[in-house]
Design a protein around this ligand. Structure first.
Ligand code: C5P
Length: 203
């Protein structure tokens, strides 16, 4: 039996942490769909044409080098605006969503485009300032040298591009449950998400 949980939201909203925790708690497979776009973006930075990079993407490339850098994130959001790139990644995401045993997918368009029939849809958000603070802590902990202002500008630029593109823009599905994590601890945010999933399972 399949059971799909769609978790969308902007960068550093907490959706990745929430998705992993929900997958763990309910024993579901997890796919971070941002990694697909990051891998295509990283290949574009190597000089490969983006549509070709998306069409020839393999699972191994998701583990190639560090995809969690600001440069790769910006490249990901640029290639993500190309309809042919998105089209090349649809089938893989849809079959993952319908795998036996159930799945959690997190991204920007899971509840709207990839899996509009998902059993649970969440839209996880937080203020740009809070998200920038979290991402700044993450990136500096990895040894990257940047300023909080650069991280905030980067997040704002990516939000605008992701929400403004014509194809599969970042938007909450009409039937998504909104979780604003600005003033929540990780535990509180995870519990809020798990309550929604548990309620759907028990009907
Ligand atoms: O989630 P993450 O920040 O890793 O995603 C990187 C970029 O990939 C996003 O800024 C967005 O442009 C793109 N993306 C997307 N659709 C998804 C997941 C990510 O367009 N489902």
């Amino acid at each position: 039996m399949s059971f799909a949980v769609a978790i969308d939201g902007p960068a550093a909203s907490g959706k990745g942490t929430i998705s992993r925790a929900v997958a763990d708690r309910f024993d579901l497979a997890h796919l971070d769909t941002g990694l697909l776009y990051r891998a295509v973006g990283a290949r574009m930075l190597l000089g490969i044409e983006p549509v070709e990079a998306a069409e020839t993407l393999t699972a191994g490339m998701l583990e190639d080098g560090d995809l969690r850098t600001p440069e790769v994130a910006q490249a990901a959001s640029k290639v993500a605006a190309i309809p042919e790139v998105r089209a090349a990644l649809v089938d893989f995401q849809r079959s993952f969503a319908r795998r036996v045993g159930g799945a959690v997918l997190d991204g920007r368009d899971i509840g709207t485009v990839i899996c509009p029939e998902a059993e649970v849809k969440l839209f996880v958000t937080a203020s740009a300032e809070v998200r920038a603070k979290r991402r700044f802590a993450e990136l500096t902990a990895k040894g990257l040298e940047l300023t909080p202002g650069q991280v905030l500008a980067d997040i704002r630029e990516r939000d605008a591009r992701d929400a403004g593109r014509a194809d599969a823009p970042m938007v909450a599905a009409a039937d998504a449950v909104l979780i604003d994590t600005s003033d929540l601890s990780i535990e509180e945010a995870v519990e809020a998400a798990c309550r929604v999933v548990a309620a759907r399972i028990t009907g």
